[in-house]
Each structure stands twice: as structure tokens, then as C-alpha cells.
Design a protein around this ligand. Structure first.
Ligand code: ZN
Length: 498
């Protein structure tokens, strides 16, 4: 085989893999937005076939031979092709360890699980979800062995979401955060809470939808390339750097929920839209890791979106959308309200300070589930006990307890820690950004172009061209979780007059 011929085959393989991914995403988008309720079965059949075909293509011996051939000639490849081959070889090695039937069975199982989880959550009935969760856990333990049998199963899964991250790393990371956050939380809770009752007035959905449009404009999201929809659980879905979808969920009596969902998902979308053209339709398109992705969404949501300069900038316009609801409220009062610290039950509604404690609960449970020291049937009890221990709250039902998140129904064990890592990465990025340029002058005028430009150059544009750890290094320098702890301490000490 000639090198040019092999490169043409590589391009063809990548395009086909992209097409399978696009079909899968389109079905998911449909299923979560406009599809009628009892229609999951048919999509499940299609998804199962697609997953099987993709698996067949990707795990074919010819694919392995092609990748080996290109890897032997890697000295002659440019950086883009070399990275592509490296990544594809890694995925190939993993995939070929999973038998095709198991892979297909798993794809259908996650589809079924999503449906069951919705129903179980609606009824707050863990028993309904338990059998399928048991199967998902068993599959993941088995898959972890396929991924890397030399590692503890949970370490192998963590590595899938954030390469290089393991339990030892996270145990120390979370211990550092706990040591700093818990005393800070106690000090904050001893103070008078700010009034946030105006956030819970009635905010008509139509006005909230127009407000979302405005926020997308402030975030510089081009509506010709990024659409917004509505789902139970907000998410971002990317087809390529010219077609990204975000979703939100409106709550008539909580204006902050959708507001910060749009800004959060908008941060994910900005990352995807900024990734360079060269890597599109290859395995290097898309954000490099979950942790880096969350660093971007949480950067916009918290570091920018919950900052005083940003709120001052958008508040006059906000008052136009909600004149009665915000009558007599100042930007400073709004700032204090959206930063109110309140240990709570639901992760997606958590404030910036207690958020990581929610993640620690999930981390502990996953670690034990995958490690085999906790049975699925004992998840609710453990969940409730840890919520009491970490956050001091009593969990009244599973709907607001262990059934609240969709991650496990999607088979994502090892994903949650990315949220906390992302928050910590973001704080360090901000520190570096501030050292290099005037961040807050433009933000206080509602101009996010300086922030966007910095993140585009340091993080976004590479897509998967660099390793996750190198992207983090590029934007953060040496990772140090105390920077995040310092940031929290400074912000909340000022807010609460500690
Ligand atoms: Zn996110």
C-alpha cells in the first residue's frame, strides 16, 4: 500500500465514523426533544444496528492493518494525521477487546435505561430503575477490564473521561477541596443569608425564551450555527463546528435555572464552535476531554456569569424582559441572590461553593459500586447518608436523591469528577487570563470578546490535536487545586463579609 492510498482510506474511515455518530446524535436529539413519549423502542432498534455497523467497521482487521501501517510511517505524517492515527489506534485497541454482541447489547441497554430512568424519576421509584442499573454497573465493570485490565476497574473508567486521572489523584484533589470548602461553608452559613425571593416570582416562559435569545447574543453564539431547544435535562450536542445544539429547561418560578443553564451549555457550545476546521469530521473534532469541556461551561456559568461585572452589564436589559419581577431590585442584590449559598438536594441547582460536595457523593458511590464494595440496591441509602454527612441535608425521596441525574442511565460511570476538575481548571485559567489581559473592563461593558479570544487560543481551537493534560497545561500551567479554593474563599468572604 502506498502512503497516499492509506491516507485516502483513513479519510474515508473517518467520514464514515462521523456519519454513524451524526445519525446517533440526531436520533438522540429527536428522542429528547420532539419525539412522542412512547417511541423509544424503534429508535433503540435503529441505534442498536448503527452501533453494530460502526463496531463492525471500526473493529475490522483491515482497519487495524491500515492504522498499523500508518503508525509505522508516522515519521512521514504531519501532526494532524499522526494524532488521528494515535487516537484511532487507541480506540481500536479498546473496541476490539469488546465482543461485538456485548457492544450492541450495551447500546440497546442504555437506550432502554434512559427510558426507565425517566419513568423511575417521575414516580420517584428506585426499584423500577434498579435492575437496569445493576446491568449497567456489571457491563461497566466488564468493560473496564477490556479497557485496561492492569488498572482497578474504576481507574480504567475514569481514564476514559479524563486521561491520566485516577482514584489516587481524585482522592487527594477532593481531600484538598473538602479541607477548604467545609470550614468556609460553616462560616458562610453562620451569616445572614441574602434575600433571593425575587428569583422565585413568576417569570413567564415566553419572556424567559426571549431572555435566552438575548443571552446567546451576549455569549456571541451565532444562531446560524447554534440552535437552542428545550429538554428535561439541559445538554449540548455537537455535530461539527458549524452545527451545535444546546437545550435548556424553563421553570416559571425560578428565573436562574434556565439563565445559568443557557450560559453553561453556551460555554460548551462555544468550545465546539471554536474548534479548528482542520480536525472536523475526524476523531479529533470535539472537545478534548470531559474535564476540559466542563472547565469551559463552568467558566462561563460561574466565573463570568455569576460575577458582579457581568451581572451589572446585563441587568438593565434583564429588567426590560422582567420589569415587574425585578422592580426595585439592584444588580448588586441580584448578584448576591444568584450566589446565595444553600446546601441543597439537587446538583444542577447547587451554588458554586457546595457544588463540589455533590460531586463527592457521586464519586464515593461510583468508586464503591465499580469497586464491588457497594450493591446497587444500597445506593439510595448510601446516597442519603452521604448527603447528610457532606451537605447536612435530608433526602426526602429518590427523585431528588439518587435518581436526579441521567448520567448512570447513559452508562457514564467516571464522568462526574470531571465537573469538579473543570471548576478547578477554570479558576486557574481565570487567574492566568487576568495576569495577561484586562478581563473585567470589557466584561463590565457586556463585551465577552476578550474572554472568548483567550479561551479560543489557549483551549478551544485545538480540539483533540493536543492531549487533555497538555491543553490543561497550556491554559493553566501546573495544575493546583488550591487556586480554586483561594478563588472560592476570596469570593465568598467578600459576599458574606467574613
Ligand atoms: Zn456541562
Amino acid at each position: 500500500m502506498e502512503l497516499t492510498e492509506a491516507l485516502a482510506k483513513l479519510a474515508e474511515l473517518e467520514k464514515k465514523l462521523y456519519a454513524y455518530q451524526a445519525a446517533d446524535s440526531a436520533l438522540y436529539l429527536d428522542g429528547t426533544t420532539v419525539a412522542p413519549r412512547d417511541t423509544a423502542e424503534g429508535r433503540g432498534v435503529a441505534l442498536g444496528v448503527l452501533a453494530g455497523e460502526r463496531h463492525k467497521l471500526f473493529s475490522a482487521p483491515e482497519t487495524g492493518e491500515l492504522l498499523d501501517f500508518l503508525w509505522e510511517r508516522r515519521g512521514e505524517l504531519d501532526q494532524l494525521r499522526r494524532r488521528q492515527v494515535e487516537e484511532l489506534r487507541r480506540s481500536y485497541a479498546q473496541l476490539t477487546r469488546i465482543p461485538a454482541e456485548e457492544y450492541m447489547e450495551y447500546a440497546m441497554l442504555t437506550n432502554e435505561a434512559d427510558d426507565l430512568w425517566h419513568r423511575a424519576k417521575e414516580k420517584s421509584d428506585f426499584e423500577l430503575f434498579r435492575p437496569v442499573l445493576e446491568k449497567l454497573v456489571a457491563f461497566n465493570i466488564k468493560f473496564a477490564g477490556y479497557y485496561d485490565a492492569s488498572k482497578a476497574p474504576y481507574d480504567a473508567l475514569l481514564n476514559e473521561y479524563e486521561r491520566g486521572v485516577d482514584m489516587a489523584y481524585l482522592d487527594s484533589f477532593f481531600a484538598t477541596l473538602r479541607q477548604r470548602i467545609v470550614p468556609l461553608l460553616h462560616a458562610v452559613m453562620a451569616k445572614e443569608p441574602p434575600d433571593d425571593s425575587f428569583l422565585r416570582r413568576r417569570y413567564p416562559l415566553e419572556a424567559q425564551r426571549r431572555f435566552s435569545d438575548y443571552l446567546m447574543e451576549v455569549l456571541e453564539l451565532d444562531r446560524n450555527h447554534c440552535a437552542i431547544g428545550e429538554t428535561e435535562h439541559p445538554y449540548t450536542l455537537e455535530f461539527n463546528n458549524k452545527d451545535v445544539r444546546i437545550t435548556t429547561n424553563y421553570n416559571e418560578n425560578d428565573v436562574g435555572f434556565s439563565m445559568y443553564s443557557v450560559i453553561h451549555e453556551g460555554g460548551h457550545a462555544k468550545y465546539e464552535l471554536d474548534i479548528c476546521d482542520e480536525v472536523q469530521y475526524t476523531c479529533l473534532s470535539g472537545g478534548v476531554s470531559m474535564g476540559v469541556h466542563e472547565s469551559q461551561s463552568r467558566f462561563y456559568e460561574n466565573l463570568i456569569g455569576r460575577s458582579l461585572p457581568f451581572i451589572r452589564a446585563i441587568f438593565p436589559k434583564m429588567k426590560e424582559f422582567f420589569p415587574e419581577q425585578l422592580a426595585g431590585v439592584t444588580a448588586e442584590q441580584f448578584y448576591r441572590a444568584v450566589n446565595k449559598v444553600q446546601p441543597s438536594l439537587v446538583r444542577t441547582e447547587a451554588d458554586e461553593l457546595t457544588y463540589c460536595l455533590h460531586i463527592m457523593v457521586r464519586y464515593e458511590i461510583e468508586k464503591q459500586l465499580i469497586g464491588g464494595t457497594l450493591e446497587v440496591k444500597d445506593v439510595p441509602e448510601t446516597w442519603n447518608r452521604l448527603y447528610q454527612e457532606y451537605l447536612g441535608v435530608d433526602v426526602p425521596d429518590d427523585k431528588r436523591g439518587c435518581l436526579q441525574d441521567s448520567h448512570w442511565s447513559g452508562g457514564a460511570f467516571g464522568y462526574f469528577p470531571s465537573y469538579a476538575l473543570g471548576s478547578a481548571y477554570g479558576a486557574q485559567m481565570l487567574k492566568n487570563m487576568e495576569a495577561e489581559t484586562d478581563v473585567w473592563g470589557p466584561v463590565s461593558r457586556g463585551d465577552l470578546s476578550v474572554v472568548s479570544g483567550w479561551l479560543r487560543e489557549k483551549v478551544h481551537k485545538f480540539g483533540g490535536l493536543l492531549e487533555p493534560a497538555d491543553v490543561v497545561k497550556n491554559a493553566c500551567g501546573q495544575f493546583d487545586p488550591t487556586v480554586f479554593a483561594d478563588y472560592l474563599e476570596k469570593k465568598y468572604s467578600a459576599l458574606y463579609g467574613l
